[in-house]
Design a binder for this molecule. Structure first.
Ligand code: PMP
Length: 392
């Protein structure tokens, strides 16, 4: 389909064309049922089997042990800003029925962890401790341009929260645990069931998850690497599937049924109607990814793509046309942010004329943002790089 352009959008974002064609056919007839995927019952045996397959594709590719459940829900990453607080405060209440001084530790590295902090403060129920604020650790004291090096975690927090890849700011933790920019697992309380929460919305399935089994909850909205908006994938350690009603009797805040991890798990993610179409397209993407070699394959290609674009930014810096925004070693493989020195509108319109779209930075920070999710090919990245090199 020649009228399709190259889409570097940050989310919703590019999906593989082969998957879109398959989904288009399934809109008319899903799996030989004679019923379209947007029309079929979520409880039909065909869709139930598809959901089980999709879960299996995630479990296998990320090597998720049986200690953790995989759940599908709605409400996006933002609903999880609330759900993790509610479920993990309920868990804390059950573990410490008499304690009224719960604390939640947050690592603040950009716009999305900031939103999560604000939601935790809104919900109340426990004190929020900002265990690290990347702004305070930047050279100018106000930029989300780095992975922090200093942390102050609480001894027994109800949750410890971080955002693995900050989509707006282009900051990502390293996946090498010996790197100073990796998440500081070694500084966490030394307890086997640490309530560690990772927002993986914009890096899920782009590479293996570092120390996955050390997490209590990992969540990701689908609309970056996996599928359309409308489904959120959760990986929840089973000790976090708690009876929220029993916790409420002890004084914890009540939890809406649709947000209770245990309710979701007990119902096989079918407490209510799941996002059938979004799950279907995500499942097709995951099938394709398994055929290509899974997260190891994507780690390799995503690393190559990002290296090419960062090299083009550096080359533009040397020519005085671009300015990078994030410290080296702290930069995202998924979202590459930089400024155009001079005429940004000319850079964007020139790109559009070359069939390259979705490159404007988030409205809160401006500049340029190139999102290199899994469906963006090396060839498309090369087209962008050639354009960047030609820009004067
Ligand atoms: N976390 C991150 C890292 C994100 O990139 C986003 C969305 N761009 C969200 C959370 C919020 O997700 P949603 O818009 O699906 O609520």
């Amino acid at each position: 389909m020649s009228e399709r352009v190259i889409n570097f959008g940050a989310g919703p974002s590019a999906l593989p064309e082969s998957v879109l064609n398959e989904a288009a056919a399934a809109l008319l007839n899903f799996n030989g049922t004679g019923i379209g995927i947007a029309e079929i019952s979520h409880r039909s045996k065909e869709f139930s089997a598809f959901l089980v397959e999709t879960e299996g594709l995630i479990r296998t590719q990320l090597d998720i042990p049986s200690t953790h459940s995989i759940l599908f829900t709605q409400g996006g990453g933002s609903a999880q800003f609330s759900a993790v607080v509610l479920n993990l405060l309920a868990r804390y209440r059950l573990l410490h029925p008499d304690q009224d001084d719960a604390v939640m530790d947050y690592v603040l590295t950009g716009s999305f962890s900031k939103k999560a902090v604000e939601e935790a403060q809104r919900l109340g129920g426990a004190r929020v401790n900002v265990a690290a604020d990347a702004r305070a650790q930047s050279e100018d004291g106000k930029s989300f341009n780095n992975v922090p090096s200093q942390y102050s975690f609480s001894p027994d927090p109800a949750l410890i929260y971080y955002c693995e890849n900050e989509t707006v700011n282009g900051v990502q933790f390293s996946d090498d645990v010996s790197s100073p920019t990796s998440f500081p697992f070694h500084l966490l309380p030394q307890n086997a069931l640490v309530p560690l929460v990772g927002d993986y919305s914009s890096s899920f399935m782009s590479r293996p998850i570092t120390r996955l089994t050390d997490h209590a909850v990992i969540f990701a909205g689908a609309q970056k690497n996996i599928g359309p908006a409308g489904v959120t994938i959760l990986i929840v350690r089973k000790d976090c599937l708690v009876d929220v009603d029993a916790a409420a009797k002890l004084g914890a805040a009540p939890v809406p049924c649709t947000m209770s991890y245990k309710t979701l798990a007990d119902s096989g993610s079918m407490y209510n109607t799941p996002s059938v179409l979004a799950i279907y397209i995500s499942g097709l993407v995951l099938r394709r990814s398994a055929q290509l070699g899974g997260v190891q394959y994507y780690q390799e290609t995503n690393t190559k793509k990002a290296a090419k674009v960062y090299a083009a930014v550096a080359e533009g810096e040397a020519r005085g046309v671009f300015r990078g925004k994030v410290k080296e070693g702290h930069r995202s493989l998924m979202n590459i942010v930089f400024d155009v020195v001079g005429d940004e509108a000319k850079f964007v319109s020139g790109a559009e004329a070359a069939g390259i779209k979705g490159i404007k930075g988030h409205r809160s920070v401006g500049g340029i943002r190139i999102s290199l999710y899994n469906a963006v090919t090396e060839e498309q990245t090369d087209t962008l790089v050639a354009y960047m090199k030609s820009f004067t």
